[in-house]
Design a protein around this ligand. Structure first.
Ligand code: PGA
Length: 251
């Protein structure tokens, strides 16, 4: 296994999420104390749910304010309006933003309803907004069974930026139950690129369960390749994998 990419294996996802939430809360406080807003890159899917529950708990206990937090989400399904329950905008409101004190104007999520002619300008503006915020202090990631981070499916170049992407058939299959059938799952998304993600100063990738064990092993110990975009994290100076025992069971 590479020496450069730390792995922390916890008994279960609750313990892992609690640990990371405390670390992120401390980071936000430290950055806010230094006199600026903290910039968080956020993820969707089943994986971050226990982590967001812990952030909400810390907020309710008065230990974490989002008043000076700016967020950028990794991706959004193309063709879904923010009101669609499976849109990532709706997900983020439901699972985090509605429960904390983040100002609405500090939230950034790609717009799934952008027209084809405005798409490249929208993606460039997303990249510019990240830069103007000072770059991402902390990026949260899950990992898909294709090895994707964000929606950077196999073949996504290391230097890719925010753009329109085509979803891998495996990714669409994994999303089918939530959408009530494969034919309901969008075929495209807007996603931050690998290059966008790798510029974050600190990164945590979370993975739970047996179904993720093989791709976690490949990402950590396999070659650095655009066929497994999470493998690019091996070359990041401050990326850590947070796993439950099952996701870490093939290491
Ligand atoms: P999941 O998706 O959290 O729903 O497993 C992870 C991902 O695709 O990045």
């Amino acid at each position: 296994m590479t020496d450069s990419l730390p792995v922390r294996v916890f008994a279960d996802r609750t313990e892992a999420s609690r640990t990371l939430a405390l670390e992120v809360a401390a980071l936000v406080r430290a950055i806010n104390d230094s006199g600026r807003s903290a910039v968080l890159g956020l993820a969707t899917g089943r994986t971050p749910l226990p982590f967001y529950a812990e952030l909400i708990r810390l907020h309710e206990q008065g230990e974490l304010s989002f008043a000076q937090v700016i967020t950028f989400n990794l991706d959004e399904y193309l063709g879904l309006a923010g009101e669609h329950p499976e849109s990532y905008r709706a997900f983020m409101s439901r699972e985090l933003f509605d429960h904390v004190d983040i100002p609405a104007e500090n939230i950034h999520i790609p717009d799934g309803t952008v027209s084809p002619e405005d798409l490249s300008a929208h993606c460039a503006a997303y990249e510019a907004a990240i830069r103007n915020a000072g770059g991402i202090d902390f990026q949260l990631l899950g990992i898909g069974r294709t090895g994707h981070i964000g929606f950077n499916e196999p073949g996504s170049p290391r230097d890719s930026r925010t753009r329109k992407v085509e979803l891998d058939p495996i990714t669409r299959q994994d999303a089918a139950p939530a959408f009530g059938g494969l034919d309901q799952v969008p075929e495209h998304a807007i996603s931050m690129g690998c290059g966008t993600i790798l510029e974050a100063r600190k990164i945590a990738l979370l993975a739970w369960g047996k179904a993720k064990a093989t791709i976690v092993r490949e990402a950590l110990t396999g070659p650095v390749t655009d066929q497994v975009s999470a493998s690019f994290l091996q070359e990041h100076a401050d990326a850590t994998f947070y796993l439950d025992a099952e996701a870490g069971s093939e290491l």
